[in-house]
Design a protein around this ligand. Structure first.
Ligand code: ZN
Length: 439
């Protein structure tokens, strides 16, 4: 047995002592979900628990973000990250701790709220790791940073923390981890090198026509017909412009025009979602969309240039091979056959119908240095991975705090109850989750 595996076992020996409060904490979080940027109570509970374990806590970063720093002598600095926000989804699982929460979203709408993406699992797992590392401080040295991020679902919580001076609060980060529950057999843990989660872009397109009475189409430039032609033509991008073997998805999720049957409107709006696994394909698709839309507008005699707005952009999760290998080796050591190579999360996966009782967690590892400079990946990878508490996320890479990455997927029986919440979702709700959950 190596020294590092002995240390891991020493840390893990505390698992049995934290399970009770983890169960209660998880159920409480699940029953009291909070929307993006509104994670006040979740953040308060997290900060209190971190302080209780001796962490130096900084809260209200970027709104509701929390970090806990545990200095423990010389050694690498490891960052573990969990996201805290829930989704505007109505829970219909029938669980005795199901959410009945209603909240007001940023548009002023009263919406149901549910931890339908599993972030309650992430928070609970990271707090468990925080305690194990604190209690087992004799068995490791270095600095542990636990980071609880708000607003993952709206793609701006990490940026908000960075813009609020996060880097000034942190020592140089050598390696960072993330996890996410994913559809997989319960009890499994896994990882995958390379591209594992797609990049995602959403685009809002406005096209313009000339309005007229429905009985006088000759006087109109019909934006409904124009939008319909665009939708059809966009289907050729993946079919004809993306190389075979490359994976990509383009979905027109919304098309809006007019309000009456006998009036030709003067504009139409489309909303698209694009999923890609390489920068080149991403550029190809975004360029092709603009080209096709512009050309179709010209073909229809549109009186104005179309408008394009790209929003909700998520970078590709592209895991670093050497780091992922280390994590995978550690998982194999401690989980045996329950450690599987994770399949690449296809953008078209539907967790509502495909997940069933399956559960898992994605671990995302970044390796590199912070924007304040610093060293390369160091020890601590196996320890973190073995504890099932890896964290961090693609967008941290974009923030400049970390770079490079690796990935792991895990599952536990505990997560089955969470994944059970997916069983009843179908149709638009399920699609909404499929679209959002991977990032
Ligand atoms: Zn999520």
């Amino acid at each position: 047995m190596t020294a590092s595996s002995t240390a891991v076992e020493a840390l893990l020996s505390g698992l049995s002592t934290i399970r009770d409060w983890q169960e209660d904490f998880y159920r409480d979080l699940h029953a009291h979900p909070e929307l993006s940027h509104q994670e006040y109570e979740t953040a308060r509970k997290v900060a209190a628990r971190l302080r209780d374990r001796g962490y130096v806590v900084h809260d209200r970063i970027g709104g509701t973000g929390v970090i806990g720093v545990l200095g423990n002598g010389p050694g690498p600095t490891v960052l573990l990250r969990a996201d805290m926000d829930a989704l505007p989804v109505k829970e219909s699982t029938g669980l005795d701790y199901a959410s009945t929460v209603q909240a007001t979203d940023t548009n002023g709408n009263e919406v149901p709220v549910m931890h339908a993406c599993g972030h309650d699992v992430h928070v609970t797992a990271l707090l468990g790791a925080a305690q194990l590392f604190a209690d087992g401080a004799d068995h490791w040295s270095g600095t542990l940073i636990t980071l609880f991020q708000p607003a993952e679902e709206t793609a701006d919580g990490a940026r908000a923390m960075v813009d609020d001076g996060l880097a000034e609060l942190l020592p140089t980060v050598d390696v960072a981890f993330a996890q996410h529950v994913l559809p997989a057999p319960a009890g499994q843990v896994g990882t995958r090198a390379g591209a594992v989660l797609s990049a995602a872009d959403s685009m809002r397109i406005k096209v313009y026509g000339r309005g007229a009475h429905g009985s006088m189409p000759q006087a109109a430039v019909d934006p409904v017909v124009l939008a319909a032609m665009i939708v059809i033509r966009l289907q050729t991008i993946v079919a004809r412009e993306v190389a075979p073997g490359e994976s990509a998805v383009l979905t027109v999720g919304s098309i809006q025009a007019g309000s009456k049957s006998n009036v030709i409107p003067d504009r139409a709006e489309l909303q698209l979602n694009i999923r890609t696994y390489s920068r080149q394909t991403r550029t190809t698709m975004l360029d092709a969309i603009r080209r096709i839309v512009t050309a179709e507008c010209q073909a229809s005699g549109s009186p104005r240039e179309p408008g394009f707005e790209v929003f909700d952009q998520y970078p590709l999760t592209d895991n670093d091979l050497p780091t992922t290998s280390r994590v995978s080796d550690a998982f194999t050591t401690f989980f045996g056959r329950r450690c599987q190579s994770a399949s690449r999360a296809r953008p078209q996966d539907d967790r509502g119908s495909g997940g069933g009782r399956a559960a898992g967690a994605l671990l995302r590892e970044h390796r590199g240095r912070s924007r304040r400079g610093g060293g390369q990946c160091a020890g601590g990878v196996q320890v973190s991975a073995g504890l099932l508490v890896p964290m961090a996320h693609a967008r941290w890479e974009r923030s400049g705090l970390t770079r490079n990455c690796g990935t792991v997927v895990t599952g536990t029986e505990k997560q089955m109850s969470t994944s059970g919440s997916y069983r009843h979702r179908t149709g638009p709700t399920a699609k909404r989750l499929a679209a959002s959950n991977w990032h």
